[in-house]
Design a protein. Structure first.
Length: 619
């Protein structure tokens, strides 16, 4: 939540700082789009422009009132926490003396106390934000003397909560200084210029050399130096890494929306997630599995912690891992985990799933788990992210950058990584022979083509969505691994088309929700393969039950399933012979396309649904 960009270069009075920061903000807008703002510092002092609403509003403002050229700039795109999305609450916030400008991501929990202290100095904030309070406090620290870095150390030690702060000093435009605790910040390393960003998307158009920062660290970036210290000012070393995707990965590439592009990237996301993880003899090698084999053999319970779509990937993992490894798997919404005093110990493996690797709820859950002695394995898409850094082992999904706020290809890659984990544990713990593992891996290897086949349904699914532009409620039913797919189908529709939608375990319907069925109500049913007759027949019964009550039934079923076809008003086929446990990789695709099209028909912004942000860095 909130996107932050910083730039400092050696050219005096150049437009480059502003250009780089605006480009970075455009790439980070998915982190929040309530307002946008920039500050530029140079020979003409420091100037700020900020506007409520999308980045385009800020661009309009800059066209009317250009900022002078400079040497350094910072920028911000906001997801509102303290105070509404107004011009006044937009970042950057400037201190009472005009000396420093600050942008911030996170929540300062002791801001009321800090605000009260300002009154003693005769300083009255003009906005409702916690950030402005911190900007004034930073200026007060500077008034005691020393550098911006020293003042930041003193301030950061006094702040409670989560924050990434980036500050610009009017009197020294050769440096930007940033502090981080629990919120993301990465450094981009250039030649004669350096960058800061909430994630690498901020500067990937400029450099692919990057440095990640640890918890409670402060960085001072000048055109040709990067200095990292802790909050006490002790020197620290940041970890360098190379960004493994280029800027083309984050452009729409001919699609109308990022979401459409990302739906079409699902086959590649699966293939990339599988790549390099198999051995010539058909086994598995997970280089990133830094937890010892002895510990993994002793695990007697797995708890998956995640939020939203990632949690639904965890639900799929439960079916696969329990079946393959015979280890009990619980799936817990990360924000509920630590508050319920969960029973975890050194024999519990906690698996955190997160596209961004920054979701605060998930981060707090893994910290709690590690405090209890559990090992944490993260399934993460973003390199250098906090969850990846703080976990004992990381299994990266190689889905590439996901820009649309609604997760699509990342969900599919997360499920793929969960399969890899399940098969790895099954092999290690002796639940499956290597040749059995090889058969599953072979099937997984066929999934990109199967997904490609389902993408061929696109125009039919879009046509169905267009015919439903006036629906007000949609239900999704599934059983076994179809159940999390139903939940995901409903979530996609809620977040993109703002339509009431609910996903149910198909068997649960008769325990209450069937009362919702009325003539014409659209009900999607995820039908399992007829090769699992018991499971299949139950879902077919559920399909009949809703049809009998007048529902408009849309089935996602295996090609040639005549029973499903006979009870469905509309049917979408997924490829025959897809293994039961791998069905979610194909059945979810039509639901993603459906939600995207319905949002488009209703005139909504498919990539940036209202009230949401891509990376949820507050609890
Ligand atoms: C929905 C969606 C969210 C995320 C959730 C977790 O389309 O994207 O539900 O899945 O906020 O985010 P990550 O995976 O970044 O931890």
């Amino acid at each position: 939540m909130c996107g932050i960009v910083g730039y400092v270069g050696s050219a005096v009075a150049s437009n480059r700082p502003l250009d780089v920061v605006l480009e970075g903000l455009a790439r980070l807008e998915y982190r929040g789009y309530d307002s946008a703002g920039v500050a530029v510092a140079g020979p003409d002092g420091m100037k700020v422009a900020k506007k409520a609403g999308r980045l385009d509003n800020l661009r309009g403002e800059l066209a009317e009132h250009p900022l002078p050229a400079g040497e350094a700039a910072i920028g911000h795109t906001r997801w509102a926490t303290h105070g509404g999305p107004t011009d006044a609450n937009a970042h950057p916030h400037v201190s009472y003396d005009g000396r420093v400008a600050v942008v911030h991501n996170g929540i300062i929990e002791n801001f009321q106390q800090l605000r009260a202290e300002l009154a003693d100095h005769g300083v009255t904030p003009v906005s409702q934000t916690d950030t402005e309070v911190a900007a004034h406090q930073l200026a007060l620290e500077m008034s005691h003397g020393g550098t911006l870095l020293e003042a930041m150390c003193r301030l950061a030690s006094r702040l409670e909560g989560s924050f990434t702060f980036v500050a610009l000093d009017r009197d020294d435009p050769h440096a930007i200084v940033a502090a981080r605790r629990n919120s993301p910040l990465v450094v981009g390393l250039g030649e004669g210029e350096n960058y800061l960003g909430s994630d690498v998307a901020a500067f990937v158009g400029q450099t692919r050399h990057a440095m990640e920062l640890g918890q409670d660290q402060i960085v001072q970036v000048t055109p040709d130096s990067v200095r990292v210290v802790d909050f006490k000012g002790n020197e620290q070393t940041g970890r360098r890494f190379e960004v493994d995707w280029d800027v083309n990965a984050a452009v729409k590439g001919g699609y109308d929306t990022f979401m459409d592009k990302e739906i079409h990237e699902a086959p590649t996301a699966v293939a990339e997630t599988l790549r390099g993880r198999t051995t010539p003899d058909g086994g598995l090698q997970l280089d990133e599995m830094r937890i010892s084999e002895a510990v993994l053999r002793s695990v007697d319970k797995i708890i998956v912690v995640a939020c939203g779509t990632a949690a639904y990937a965890g639900h799929v993992a439960k079916y696969a891992i329990e079946h393959w490894c015979r280890i009990p798997v619980e799936v817990e919404l990360a924000h509920e985990f630590r508050y319920r005093d969960p029973v975890v110990n050194e024999k519990t493996l906690v698996v955190a799933i997160s596209q961004s690797g920054e979701t605060m709820d998930t981060l707090m859950a893994i910290r709690h788990a590690r405090e209890q002695g559990s090992k944490v394995l993260a399934i993460v898409n973003t390199h250098g992210s906090t969850i990846a850094r703080e976990s004992d082992a990381v299994l990266y999904t190689h889905a590439g950058p996901e820009v649309a706020v609604a997760s699509t290809k990342a969900f599919i890659a997360q499920i793929t990584a969960c399969y890899l984990l399940g098969l790895y544990l099954a092999e290690l713990r002796g639940n499956k022979y290597v040749d059995e593992i090889a058969t599953y891996l072979d099937e997984l290897g066929k999934m990109p083509d199967r997904i490609e086949e389902v993408l061929g349904l696109e125009s039919d699914v879009r046509e169905l969505a267009r015919s439903m532009s006036d629906v007000t409620s949609v239900l999704f039913l599934g059983r076994h691994v179809g159940y999390p797919v139903a939940l995901e189908g409903a979530l996609k529709l809620k977040e993109l088309a703002y339509i009431h939608a609910e996903g149910f375990a198909a068997g649960e319907l008769k325990h209450g929700p069937i009362a919702l069925i009325e003539p014409g109500l659209p009900v999607f049913v995820i039908v399992p393969t007829p090769r699992r007759p018991l499971l299949h027949s139950k879902v077919i019964s559920n399909l009949q039950e809703v049809r009998a009550r007048g529902a408009r039934t849309i089935a996602i079923a295996e090609e040639g399933d005549s029973e499903a076809a006979s009870y469905a008003d509309t049917i979408f086929w997924v490829p025959r012979t897809t293994p039961t446990l791998m069905m979610p990789l194909v059945t979810v695709v039509p639901l993603q396309i459906f939600a995207s099209e319905l949002a488009r028909v209703k005139g909504y912004d498919v990539d940036k649904p209202r009230n949401l942000a891509k990376s949820v860095t507050v609890e």
